[in-house]
Design a protein around this ligand. Structure first.
Ligand SMILES: C[S@@+](CC[C@H](N)C(=O)[O-])C[C@H]1O[C@@H](n2cnc3c(N)ncnc32)[C@H](O)[C@@H]1O
Length: 265
């Protein structure tokens, strides 16, 4: 099911300017060296993927949503042909990526921006992580990043917040994003209802997008256990995109992993 259907345009309006994690990934990639082929799982509209391509890397992006991929594709076609030539955008499910990618291997696999939180049950979590591990080259690196925010301490039931007021240059309108959050702490689930209101010049505020996303929250230790269970070793863990050490109050949980056992020749 494409949870982002009808949401891609508005997702980009709010998130395309969010670049806080870009320098982090560029530094991790630089450290890996060796002209890496990068796979971004759930690349969405290319918020991260496009800057990686622009930095000169070979990147494959996989996503389940036609609408999100279409926006990524439109951004890609605005880049020079050499950049387009080293980029692939593929429709596929990160739980079963081999359907599209066969036995391909990558030096870097990225699953960032809270997207693993779309893996709601154990089966999906394991399938996704096992495939991420199997798609790594021998010394390949997997980066898993998400917010460090577990709902059971501060249940945010029906908390509605103003996320932002944006100018939509395409429609010359003002768009206001309100987000209503509901926690289900016993299931480690949080739902976020994204309500975008548009005001055209001289007009009223109209609700133009109303999408609810479900997120499965993880504890850092829980995630570490999952990663180790599927055959990763954690080589670094960070609590922010500024390479700060992870602590319980850190804003992010970021694990840099490699295969625990190198492959048999
Ligand atoms: C929060 S967005 C992140 C997009 C992008 N990685 C970024 O950093 O902006 C989550 C993305 O995950 C995709 N997605 C959700 N479940 C998926 C799945 N099972 N397989 C592939 N993509 C999936 C959605 O279509 C959406 O584009």
């Amino acid at each position: 099911m494409d949870e982002y259907a009808g949401f891609a345009y508005y997702y980009d309006l709010y998130y395309s300017d969010v670049t806080t994690d870009n320098p982090f990934y560029l530094e991790i990639i630089r450290q890996v060296g060796v002209d890496p082929h990068i796979l971004e799982l759930a690349c969405g509209t290319g918020r991260l993927l496009i800057p990686l391509v622009e930095a000169g890397y070979r990147v494959t992006g996989l996503d389940l949503s036609d609408e999100m991929l279409e926006r990524a594709h439109n951004k890609l076609t605005a880049l020079p042909v050499q950049a387009q030539a080293r980029t692939r955008l593929l429709k596929g499910d990160m739980r079963y990526p081999r359907t599209v990618l066969g036995s391909e291997k990558f030096e870097i696999v990225i699953l960032g921006f809270n997207t693993f939180q779309h893996m709601y049950d154990d089966e999906d979590q394991i399938a996704c992580l096992e495939n991420a591990r199997d798609m790594l080259s021998t010394q390949g690196v997997f980066v898993l990043a998400m917010d460090n925010s577990t709902p059971d301490e501060e249940p945010a039931n029906k908390l509605t917040e103003l996320y932002g007021v944006m100018h939509d240059p395409e429609r010359q309108s003002t768009v206001t994003l309100m987000v209503s959050t509901t926690d289900f702490p016993h299931h480690q689930i949080r739902t976020r209802r994204y309500m975008y209101y548009e005001r055209l010049p001289g007009g009223n505020n109209d609700l133009v997008c109303n999408t609810t996303l479900k997120l499965r929250y993880f504890y850092a230790d829980e995630l570490k256990n999952l990663l180790e269970k599927v055959g990763f070793k954690i080589v670094e863990s960070y609590g922010s995109y500024y390479f700060e050490e992870y602590a319980a109050e850190s804003p992010r949980i970021i694990y840099i992993c490699q295969k625990a056992e190198p492959e048999q020749a």
